[in-house]
Design a protein around this ligand. Structure first.
Ligand code: BG6
Length: 462
């Protein structure tokens, strides 16, 4: 068969999930609480339908069957995360043998099925005991995280050859310290800047530990890139505003991760506003010397930006002092999640990485479409006919293909997600999986997209 879009040999086809969103068993076998378990205890009303982080799928107890489903849906690679609170329940010190056994079993089962594991080390799941001593505001936590990362490499690095230090490190900064959608619900740009810096330092320290062990794998980071488009490219104020949004939300982690340096204009802007984070003498050197081997790109939506028009409260420093979001007329929206769908964004990312980031090796580590009420698409055989998801993937892959043809160094495509999973405050509102989950019975049913994904992977394109 001739394929219109043929991807390179060995392309990674798969999905991503995370420990806290899929494992369940939140308080068994010695796992301690994360900030999510704690926040749900004190404010359950902040979670959609009052469904908290203990209601995930049951990957912890059902991983063997689930990994068979990975195979059935054509995966040759899969990302999940190791929960710090499960592996080292006190944040530092003693390792939980039950967790070691679990993650060993998962890794071995994946490899037995010929599925390459990509293990991530932090997916928003700060252990509560670490948050109690300051979370990412604390250098003690930075060092504890680096020690946790080193332990993971020692325990699992003989088989795991692709690691990522963080998933979307900007999100806990935005959610936890700017816009109140993660614990600890602080709204303070100065503290946010410190949290961002310390997270970047933690990533570099984990990379340093990995390199020191001399293992023969690769280490990277997963960033959610949101290309920033100005309302008008002819209006200098719009262009400047989009540039500043890009500095805050993309380049704050992208530049130090790939190039080892923060963008000088971001540093200047923080300095002028007296919110530059504090750091120690050799922190910048650690960041400089420990850049990534490969990048994971989560792409969901772009940012549409216009010059600041609305009034701002100047009491507390916020990125929003410098730009407004622009509701571009006619843009295509995912009505359920409220996110714009702009397929070409994935191509623009390819070209940006090719031209401005040394053509770094990357893969699409998340892309996906969250939909409410998918039950309405169930056919007579009980299968969800999610043609909209297949179209969504195809449209993005077509642009990704063009980026690769033009020289972008992209190694794979992972969809968010494998089995419908629990999601932060949205709980089960939006379903993203190739496989439907009945939360009450835990029954898994492959959706039409899951069957199609297998074909896509086996053919190497469509
Ligand atoms: C990414 C995260 O931001 O998007 C996932 O890495 C998350 O953890 C996914 O679930 C989808 O977002 P949401 O909020 O719709 O679940």
């Amino acid at each position: 068969m001739t394929l219109k879009y043929e991807f390179p040999k060995g392309f990674w086809w798969g999905t991503a999930t995370s420990g806290p969103q899929s494992e369940g068993s939140a308080d068994v076998d010695g796992k301690s609480k994360t900030i999510w378990d704690h926040w749900f205890e004190i404010q359950p009303e902040r979670f959609h339908n009052g469904v908290g982080p203990e209601h995930t799928s049951t990957f912890y107890s059902n991983y063997k069957e689930d990994i068979k489903l990975l195979k059935e849906t054509g995966h040759n690679s899969f990302r999940t995360s190791i929960q710090w609170a499960r592996l080292i329940p006190n944040g530092v010190g003693e390792v939980n043998p039950k967790a070691v056994e679990f993650y060993n079993n998962v890794i071995d089962a994946l490899l037995e099925e010929g599925i390459m594991p990509i293990m991530n080390l932090f997916h928003f799941d700060m252990p509560m005991c670490m948050q109690e001593i300051g979370g990412w505001e604390s250098r003690e936590v930075v060092d504890a995280y680096a020690a946790f990362a080193k332990k993971c490499f020692e325990l699992f690095g003989d088989r795991v050859k692709h690691w990522t230090t963080f998933n979307e490190p900007i999100v806990p900064v935005e959610g936890g310290y700017l816009y109140d959608f993660h614990y600890p619900n602080v709204i303070d740009g100065k503290r946010a800047a410190q949290v961002g810096f310390n997270t970047m330092l933690a990533s570099a320290k984990a990379i340093e530990a990995y390199k020191a062990l001399g293992q023969d794998g690769k280490i990277g980071i997963v960033l959610n890139l949101t290309p920033s488009y100005p309302r008008s490219t002819e209006n200098a104020e719009d262009v400047k505003a989009a540039h500043i949004a890009d500095l805050f939300f993309n380049r704050s982690f992208l530049d130090p991760s790939v190039k080892g340096e923060f963008p000088s204009d971001l540093v200047e802007l923080l300095k002028e506003n007296d919110v530059l984070p504090t750091y120690e003498a050799n922190d910048l050197e650690i960041i400089k010397n420990n850049t990534i081997d490969f990048l994971g790109v989560n792409y969901y939506q772009p940012r549409r930006i216009k010059a600041k028009e609305t009034e701002v409260n100047k009491d507390v420093f916020m990125p929003d002092w410098f730009f407004d979001n622009y509701e571009m007329p006619g843009r295509k929206m995912n009505p359920y999640r409220g996110w714009e769908i702009y397929e070409k964004g994935i191509y623009d990312i390819c070209i940006n990485l090719r031209d401005n980031y040394g053509n770094i090796e990357f893969y699409i580590s998340e892309n996906g479409m969250g939909v409410e009420g998918e039950e309405q698409y169930i056919n007579a055989e009980g299968v969800i006919e999610d043609d909209y998801r297949i179209e969504f993937i195809k449209d993005h892959l077509a642009w990704l293909h063009k980026g690769i043809e033009e020289g972008a160094n992209c190694r794979g495509y992972h969809l968010w997600t494998f089995i419908d999973c629990w999601s932060w405050t949205n709980s089960y509102k939006n379903r993203y999986g190739l496989i439907a989950l009945d939360l009450a019975t835990q029954k898994r049913t492959i959706k039409k997209s899951g069957r199609w994904f297998k074909e896509l992977s086996e053919q190497g394109g469509f």
